[in-house]
Write a protein that binds this ligand. Structure first.
Ligand SMILES: *Cc1c(COP(=O)(O)O)cnc(C)c1O
Length: 410
């Protein structure tokens, strides 16, 4: 056995994404005790930075010591009691996992189902709320990574609140990439992950709970079924209150150094600027894909800029394209999940590390792979179109996406 040397990859899938050196170096600093005053001060900074990222003043905002899936679980296990009815809006993989959480906790899941690729329908949710008065919560995925669709969280949360229901919101793929505005939405239990648009190593789940959600946790008839995820116990460590902090579990100290650095970088850049950068990168990619006749699964109004789900054209071997990208460019893109397996590619443009050169390399590699499979494409068109759009962000009056595609095809 020898030391493991990770091969170099360009991560352009559904996460993890490339981690900036600043973040990786932060994780290599000396480990402190999990109750060391210096570490406790860092925990407070991380909480404040997460409030910035989530746009919330919620007291209970911290990174759970486990991946995004545990962020989902901590919301359900604390809020759903046996017999509770929860409306789950399902429009992809992660909505289905929410349903499973409800059922495993002895709750009743009322599923509002959608075609994959659709955003959550506010009209159909309204019908479900009218038909099921007194539901405890409405759960939905803001940014469905399996399909690339973004739902209108503000409308969904307002509707739920008007019916007296709490909201459980998955923002794993949206946090840092597209607007997540917890307080403006009035969202109650919101979880995310570190390895998507925050460009941080996987393994932590930022979460935030409104005072209303915390009141519901305190009002439980019986303690949460999970000891590790019981908020009342976890907060003894992350919050402590007047009694001071006590040991609950040993925090992943070095991972939290990394999250702190990633959030400092987000603050330096500015949240709004980060959203703009994700959108700009999406426009650049879209122009290049347009020259190859590639189309998105999701309609333009609901597309996630950071998760581009592209339909595989008829007659193309989608797995062979991914193999070519990996073999020739070390580019890792995502495959379709569930009913979309074999039908889509998922191209992630997430985080600080997405650079123009990566997008260009991907477009060039994709073009070559499609030509190899018999597509009649003019080599270099994709990069040409993408370059025009990239330039347009730096210079006023330059061609927009559509015109750039036309200019390059001519
Ligand atoms: C990635 C993802 C998760 C799960 O996060 P893990 O860190 O893989 O556990 C949950 N929801 C959505 C929308 C995701 O994209």
């Amino acid at each position: 056995m020898e030391s493991f040397i990770a091969p170099r990859r360009i991560l352009m899938g559904a996460g993890p994404t490339e981690i900036p050196n600043r973040v990786l170096s932060a994780t290599a600093r000396p480990t402190l005790g999990h109750l060391d005053p210096a570490f406790v001060a860092l925990m407070e900074e991380v909480k404040a930075l997460l409030r910035y990222a989530f746009r919330t003043t919620n007291d209970v905002t911290f990174p759970l010591s486990a991946p995004g899936s545990a962020g989902m679980e901590v919301c359900f296990v604390n809020l759903v009691e046996p017999g509770d009815r929860v409306i789950v809006c399902r429009n992809g993989v992660f909505g289905e996992r929410m349903r499973e959480n409800v059922v495993r906790l002895g709750g009743e899941a009322i599923v509002v189902d959608h075609e994959w690729g659709e955003p959550v329908s506010v009209e159909r949710l309204a019908e479900a709320l009218r038909a099921n008065p007194g539901v405890k919560a409405v759960a939905f995925v803001h940014a469905e990574t399996s399909t690339g669709a973004q739902s209108d969280a503000a409308e969904i949360c307002a509707l739920a609140e008007a019916h007296g229901a709490l909201t459980i919101v998955d923002t794993v793929t949206s946090l840092g990439g597209t607007p997540v505005c917890v307080d403006e939405w009035g969202a109650d239990a919101v979880y995310s992950g570190t390895q998507k648009c925050l460009a941080c190593p996987p393994g932590l789940a930022p979460v935030t709970f409104s005072p209303r959600a915390i009141a519901a946790v305190k009002a439980r008839k019986a303690p949460a079924q999970s000891w590790f995820l019981d908020l009342n116990l976890v907060l003894g460590y992350w919050d402590g209150g007047d009694g001071g902090r006590s040991y609950h579990h040993t925090a992943p100290v070095n991972a939290i150094y990394g999250l702190h650095e990633a959030l400092v970088m987000l603050k330096e850049e500015g949240l709004e600027q980060s959203w703009t950068r994700h959108r700009d990168n999406h426009e650049i990619l879209k122009a290049g894909l347009g020259t190859m006749g590639l189309d998105f699964l999701v309609d333009a109004d609901h597309r996630l800029p950071q998760m581009n789900v592209i339909k595989v054209p008829d007659g193309i071997d989608e797995a062979a394209v991914r193999r070519d990208l990996m073999a020739e460019h070390a580019i890792d893109i995502g495959a379709g999940l569930g009913p979309l397996a074999g039908r889509v590619w998922r191209i992630g443009l997430m985080g600080q590390a997405v650079r123009l050169e990566n997008i260009m390399r991907l477009l060039s590699g994709l073009e070559t792979a499609l030509i190899r499979q018999g597509r009649d494409l003019k080599r270099g068109n994709a990069i040409c179109a993408a370059r025009h759009v990239a330039a347009s962000f730096a210079r006023a009056g330059a061609p927009t996406g559509e015109r750039a595609i036309a200019a390059c095809a001519a």
